[in-house]
Design a protein around this ligand. Structure first.
Ligand code: FES
Length: 80
């Protein structure tokens, strides 16, 4: 499996909205981080889609090493 590109070594804070669909970029190639812009085409990567059940502020991973399926930061960037 190819390794994702590290888009940044810090997470990004986002206010997510209840019921809105978000497509988290897992490949690191999007220039609209942390979200997918279709740049994964031709790779084995696919975006991770989530629809929050409540509005809240979260931190999305940009190093692409998170083990969190929704793309939320799990602190993995600290070991890079
Ligand atoms: S651009 Fe990275 S998953 Fe779509």
């Amino acid at each position: 499996m190819d390794l994702p590109k590290i888009a940044a070594k810090v997470p990004v804070k986002v206010d997510i909205v209840e019921g809105k669909k978000y497509a988290y970029c897992t490949c690191g190639l999007s220039d609209n981080q942390p979200f997918c812009n279709g740049a994964h085409k031709g790779t084995e990567f696919r975006p991770s889609v989530c629809t929050p059940e409540q509005s809240k502020t979260v931190h999305f991973c940009q190093c692409k090493q998170t083990k969190n399926a929704t793309g939320f930061c799990d602190g993995s960037h600290k070991s890079l």
